[in-house]
Design a protein around this ligand. Structure first.
Ligand SMILES: Nc1nc2c(ncn2[C@@H]2O[C@H](COP(=O)(O)OP(=O)(O)OP(=O)(O)O)[C@@H](O)[C@H]2O)c(=O)[nH]1
Ligand SMILES: [Mg+2]
Length: 450
């Protein structure tokens, strides 16, 4: 942490401007060695015009921002060099910084320093990564709320409530002779534990919604060959993405596309038609289609209105009956030969991909299934990080132990141990405690320069 690090903060490519970021005790000294002006005594949060030089050679005309600690991203001295965009110039400036005493930053190292120096907690650090990786406006809203500390504050509040009861129990155990100190009752603990359980359960329940906002809904279009899967994909995407022919087995590999419904990303996968086949390539495609049914959040099982149900159709109906699915009956323009008694208790939508009929109804059904309109009015204060959610689940297991203990009249000091464990686990969510391996793993997923 004592060395001065540098990194290209913008995408390396041809562009108007590239930013090279430097952070650490020697930042001003090192940049001064390659800049036309001495920056060592300049005021904080100032911008300086000049040249980057390699001895006498002028490398680029730049603007250099100087931000002195502690009001910086890392809470260290930070210098940012705004040079002309372009791979050669940017790399040359970086190379000069390395030659003059900087070390190349590891991925996420600037944010790691912000965390280790106490500017942000671990939840906020993880939100930085989510913000960069957010793929929809709603995912961005969740991430920026996380970065602003909304999730952290919630966890801190839960810890505060816990520590109050823990300290009360401790006082009661350590000073039983003091009669004027409030004595914690089993009823008090029961109430506190129930409130905590409700708060944590709410987070877990909302996690599913939040995942949908963040990652979208993986939607597989499956069915026999020729039922019109690729035609449906093209209709939903509003482009001729997949090849459509009247030859069975036209689609042999997956074809993917993306649409937004109420701001939620629907990742649509068109698959190879499912049938028994001796064709090697097609059979690999069929296997992929079957695998995708297991991975998908939503399955659109397509049937052909003009044909009787086949053995393959019935197998697919059976395979998808307990999954979130919609049975989409295509070719509504043709006379029906389907035996509807076999489709009892299924969610059915009729469509005709030649005319676009039913496509809106299908989208509405998706909205209804996933409650997308409700998500539209959400406050975006969700916890979406898998690590954080795993910790919350750990706390719920401890709560179950406490509840059991309360029923079995376990002594207070034993219950206190479980309460402390929950307090610690909640602490590890915001990074009150951590191990190096966790930090390395977490920040290695960040971009270089962040
Ligand atoms: N009459 C009618 N024909 C349709 C409709 N939708 C698709 N078709 C026709 O059905 C045939 C098969 O369409 P595709 O979209 O290629 O079917 P698929 O399910 O992707 O087929 P595979 O890729 O072979 O599994 C084409 O000739 C389409 O023009 C529809 O709503 N009505
Ligand atoms: Mg197809």
């Amino acid at each position: 942490m004592n060395d001065t690090i540098c990194s290209i903060a913008t995408t390396l490519g041809v562009g108007a401007i590239s930013i090279i970021r430097v952070s650490g005790n020697e930042a001003l000294k090192i940049v001064s060695k390659i800049f036309s002006k001495n920056l060592v005594d300049v005021s904080t949060h100032t911008i300086h015009y000049g040249y980057i030089k390699n001895k006498e050679e002028i490398i680029d005309e730049v603007l250099v921002s100087v931000m002195l600690k502690p009001k910086t991203y890392t809470m260290e001295d930070v210098v940012e060099i705004n040079c002309h965009g372009g791979i050669e110039t940017t790399n040359k400036v970086l190379e000069l910084l390395l030659l003059n005493g900087c070390r190349l930053a590891e991925p996420g190292e600037f944010t790691k320093r912000a965390f280790l120096n106490g500017r942000i907690d671990l939840m906020q650090a993880e939100a930085v990564s989510d913000l960069i990786n957010s793929k929809t406006d709603k995912a961005r809203k969740i991430a920026i709320n996380g970065l602003r500390g909304n999730g952290s504050n919630l966890i801190k509040k839960l810890r505060e409530d816990l520590i109050n009861i823990i300290s009360n129990i401790e006082v009661n155990i350590d000073y039983p002779e003091y009669e004027d100190i409030y004595e914690v009752t089993i009823k008090d603990i029961k109430e506190k534990v129930l409130t905590l359980k409700n708060s944590l359960t709410k987070i877990i329940n909302e996690y599913e919604d939040a995942k949908i906002i963040q990652d979208g809904i993986l939607t597989a279009i499956v069915g026999r060959p020729n039922v019109g899967k690729s035609s449906l994909l093209n209709r939903l995407l509003n482009e001729e993405k997949a090849i459509v022919t009247n030859i069975e087995g036209t689609t042999r590999d997956i074809v993917e596309g993306e649409i937004l419904i109420d701001g939620i990303k629907i990742n649509i996968i068109d698959t190879a038609g499912i049938r028994k086949t001796d064709d090697v390539v097609e059979s690999i495609g069929v296997k992929k289609s079957l695998d995708i049914i297991n991975k998908a959040t939503l399955t659109l099982l397509l049937l052909d209105n003009s044909k009787e149900l086949t053995k393959d159709d019935l197998e697919l109906l059976e395979m998808t009956k307990d999954r979130t699915s919609i049975v989409v009956i295509n070719k509504d323009d043709l006379e029906s030969k389907l035996d509807l008694t076999k489709l009892k208790n299924r969610n059915i939508i009729y469509i005709n991909t030649l005319s676009n009929d039913g496509i809106e109804s299908l989208k509405n059904e998706i909205k209804k299934l996933f409650n997308l309109e409700k998500l539209d009015t959400s406050d975006y204060n969700y916890i979406t990080n898998v690590r954080q959610i795993a910790k919350i689940k750990e706390c719920l297991v401890n709560i179950e132990d406490i509840e059991k203990g309360l029923q079995e009249n376990t002594p207070l000091d034993m219950l206190e141990i479980d309460l402390k464990t929950i307090w610690d686990t909640l602490g590890s969510i915001i990074g009150e405690s951590y191990d190096e391996e966790l930090l390395d793993n977490l920040f290695s997923k960040f971009c270089v320069g962040k």
